[in-house]
Design a protein around this ligand. Structure first.
Ligand SMILES: Nc1ncnc2c1ncn2[C@@H]1O[C@H](COP(=O)(O)OP(=O)(O)OP(=O)(O)O)[C@@H](O)[C@H]1O
Ligand SMILES: [Mg+2]
Length: 449
């Protein structure tokens, strides 16, 4: 907007009445006239300011240079101006004004003056500044809140990590405790079994030796009856022969001799088996298990099979596919016995009692610097959903009282203690194969026992 200068005089009359501050300058910006509103606001009288530039008079140390520059540029181009700016009164009080400057032109459209109206907006401006300050404060608080939240989250995460570690440690402790208890029990059972096996040896030998003497005596008895028969056959008196025949029939001497033969052979079989079991027990429960000994793995497997025979002899067929040239290896025999006992027991337990086609195959072979032992069963198999759990302590699918769920964990520990490894292949409904690989020469540096 521009004002034609014929209106300027009329405008001045209006300006006298208004409370706003009004300044009229020439086209170079020098003050020609100010109203009372100006004097009230700036504390300068018309006489004091006439001929001066308002900017030089009114702008002070905190006036924004950007605002000054804007006003200068627009004045130079003779364009209208709308601007908020910080001014100072004569006594130095700062106040905010809304400045509106309009160029005044003559009939040839040449700018002759500027009319500038300033309204005091200090209150509004201060309120706005306060609002901005409050907003900035609010933002700062929000930022702090966010930081605290982040810190809290990280502290929470840290605590969760500590909790997890603690839980893992407790689990490990529980499992170690369980293993210790089981190992302790096995060690006690081992010692007990060893002494029972030892004590059994003598009486069983009496029985075994007694049976062969019994056989000799039976032979003599048979010889006696045969001789007697011959004597009676040769006798002239048929009634003596008949009487002897009747007594023989009455006491069923023939059957007695037959029965004695068969009982003696059954007792001999039983005694032989007891001797085998006692031998198996002695090998199995070697109390020297904390010592590394040169051991034939086939013998260890044999002793475990003898001890477990009662569990499967009627229902499960067992094939021993042993490498007869398998070299002896350095190992803790008592501990390997535990491993084989557990794996073969698991295989037996995996075959349901009602099955008639149960089959377990145990293989041994040499493989470079290692020996390999395989235990195959055609039992229930291990469902893939639990295959990663079976080595975990206390994991069992067996009924309460049947399994503790420690066997696999202990076995894996023992094999690893030998510097070996254990793995398995299993298909649900088809069966399982366990592979154990043990170095022939145990690396004593990896031993903790
Ligand atoms: N040959 C196998 N066939 C099928 N499942 C098996 C076989 N071997 C192990 N498992 C599974 O792994 C689980 C854990 O075996 P582990 O020997 O550790 O414990 P357990 O036999 O249940 O109890 P414990 O050995 O303490 O008497 C078993 O409960 C069973 O589910
Ligand atoms: Mg087991």
């Amino acid at each position: 907007m521009e004002i034609p200068n014929q209106l300027l005089e009329k405008l001045s009359w209006v300006a006298i009445k208004t409370d706003n501050s009004v300044v009229i300058t020439d086209n170079k910006g020098h003050i020609e006239w100010v109203n009372e509103g100006f004097t009230k606001l700036t504390e300068y009288s018309l006489e004091e300011v006439k001929g001066k530039k308002p900017g030089e008079l009114l702008q002070g140390p905190d006036t924004d240079p950007k605002h000054k520059k804007l006003i200068h540029q627009k004045l130079a181009k003779k364009e209208p101006i709308e601007q908020e700016i910080l001014n100072y009164s004569k006594s130095g009080t700062a106040y905010w004004i809304h400045l509106s400057i309009v160029p005044v032109h003559d009939e040839k459209r040449k700018v002759t003056n500027f009319v500038s109206i300033q309204s005091d907006i200090s209150d509004k401006k201060n309120r706005r500044l306060e609002l901005e300050r409050l907003l900035a404060e609010k933002e700062e608080l929000a930022k702090q809140l966010m930081m605290s939240e982040l810190k809290f989250k990280s502290a929470f995460k840290q605590e969760k990590n500590i909790n997890d570690t603690l839980k893992r440690t407790i689990n490990k402790l529980e499992s170690t405790q369980g293993q210790l208890v089981k190992q302790e029990k096995l060690a006690t059972i081992g010692t007990l079994t060893a002494s029972i096996a030892h004590e059994m040896n003598n009486p069983v030998n009496f029985v075994y030796n007694g049976i062969s003497s019994l056989d000799d005596l039976l032979n003599d008895l048979e010889g006696y009856f045969a001789g007697l028969g011959k004597v009676l056959d040769a006798s002239k008196d048929p009634s003596t022969k008949e009487q002897a025949q009747q007594i023989g029939d009455h006491y069923e001497v023939g059957e007695i001799l037959e029965d004695l033969r068969s009982i003696s052979s059954e007792v001999a079989d039983g005694a032989k088996r007891i001797v085998e079991i006692a031998k198996g027990l002695r090998v199995f429960s070697r109390t020297d298990e904390e010592q590394i000994l040169s051991t034939n793995i086939n013998d260890l497997l044999e002793s475990v099979i003898i001890l477990l025979k009662g569990n499967f002899k009627y229902t499960i067929e067992l094939t021993k596919d042993f490498d007869t040239n398998l070299p002896s290896i350095d190992c803790y025999p008592g501990q390997l016995n535990q491993v084989f006992m557990n794996l073969i027991s698991n295989a037996i337990q995996a075959i349901p009692k009602e099955r008639t086609d149960g089959h377990i195959t145990i293989k041994t072979r040499e493989f470079g610097p290692d020996v390999i032992i395989e235990i195959h069963d055609n039992g229930s198999g291990i469902p893939s959903s639990i295959q990663n759990k079976i080595f975990k302590p206390f994991f069992t699918t067996k009924e309460v009282g049947v399994g503790t769920g420690l066997g696999m964990g202990i076995s894996k520990d023992i094999i690893e203690k030998h510097g070996g490894s254990m793995r398995f292949d299993s298909k649900e409904g088809k069966g399982t194969i366990f592979y154990i690989q043990i170095p022939k020469n145990i690396d004593t540096r990896s031993q903790s026992a």
